[in-house]
Ligand binder design. Structure first.
Ligand code: ZN
Length: 343
């Protein structure tokens, strides 16, 4: 294949993927590795940079490399490129990840948090492309709740690179303590971890201790949110109530985001977004009741299906687990290296 190319890196707490992208958004080659967190951060950075060098070599002079984009778990302070207590990279607090990578590669990189690159990919290659919009806000419902905002085609970083933390907006003022230091954050009610905890709480609080949900949890040592979803889909009211609460909490956050940002599209991704049919009714009800801007721009059922422009749409993400690597590899096509690059 000829033409210019970029290289993208998707650094996760478990997997490290490095890929080549041609401009049209096609990944032509991928190197997938395990993230060797136990060996220390220098080893992880070395593995990453060796994979980048190997992919450069394999292009064999075919086209020019337009840049290297890296997506990492956040929070990430930008443009400096310093990680701030990232929950998925234990021991990396205060690590100048930009400097470590740039020094080893001897060239500047484009760096973003994983939620931001996922949102960028959804805009250009996923839901955003199919809705024909240039801006969106994405919530990723995974182990936690990630968030990325893309405005007019570009990631909105905020003054310190820390924009897009809507997973930590309060939805229950006196709720449980959150890892971020606050209480009752969306993440505790809309992540896979949160759904599992809510199911266990519901079992403990139930007057009827031998419910189907309790039997499922007790029989399965690896009881997960997806097990609760399966039971809810089969019609179990106790399991369904957990997704109604999830939808209500998501609706509270989206109502605030819609009133604040008035974007054309809000995208929900991550594993728990697959339970869409279970939480969507409560989500739409909450947005309708709470967001004046949503009521003014609310699509009819037919307009939702037709993706009618001029309305506020909420949709499922389309790229799945590939959004991180696609967004990272696409960064060099839309952004220039930050002034804060260490080279
Ligand atoms: Zn929080």
């Amino acid at each position: 294949m000829s033409g210019n190319y970029s290289i993208g890196v998707d650094l996760g707490g478990t997997n490290l993927r490095v890929a080549v992208m041609r401009q049209e958004g096609t990944l032509t080659e991928t190197i997938a590795l395990r993230t060797r967190l136990q060996e220390g951060r220098d080893t992880v950075v070395a593995d990453m940079c060796e994979a980048v060098a190997a992919l450069h070599l394999r292009q064999n002079g075919s086209g020019k490399c337009v840049g290297i984009g890296v997506g990492t778990p956040g929070p990430l302070e930008l443009p400096a490129g310093i990680l701030r207590r990232p929950p998925n990279l234990p021991g990396w607090d205060g690590f100048d990840v930009r400097r470590a990578i740039e020094n080893r590669l001897n060239q500047p990189i484009l760096l973003e948090s994983d939620a931001n690159v996922a949102a960028l990919a959804e805009l250009h290659f996923g839901a955003g492309k199919h809705f024909g919009v240039d801006s969106l806000c994405m919530l990723t419902l995974g182990t936690g709740v990630g968030n990325g905002i893309v405005l007019r085609g570009h990631v909105w970083q905020g003054a310190n690179g820390m924009a897009g933390e809507a997973g930590h907006t309060t939805v229950v003022p006196d709720g449980l303590p959150c890892g971020c230091g606050s209480r009752g954050c969306l993440e505790l009610y809309a992540s896979a971890t949160g759904l599992r905890r809510m199911a266990l709480e519901s079992i403990a609080a139930a007057a009827q201790p031998e419910s189907a949900l309790a039997r499922l949890a007790h029989a399965n040592v690896e009881f997960q949110a997806r097990d609760v979803a399966r039971l809810a889909e089969a019609g179990d009211a106790q399991a369904q109530a957990i997704f109604t609460e999830m939808g209500r909490c998501l609706g509270l956050t989206l109502a605030a985001l819609i009133n604040t940002l008035n974007l054309p599209l809000y995208v929900l991704g991550g594993g728990s977004a697959a339970a869409w049919s279970l939480f969507a009714p409560a989500l739409y009800k909450e947005m309708h009741e709470r967001a004046y801007v949503y009521r003014a721009t609310e699509p009819t059922e037919a307009e939702k299906v037709a993706r009618t422009p001029g309305k506020t749409h909420v949709a499922q993400a389309e790229l799945g687990a590939d959004s991180g690597i696609l967004g990272a590899a696409y960064l060099p096509w839309v952004e220039v290296p930050a002034q804060g690059s260490s080279l």
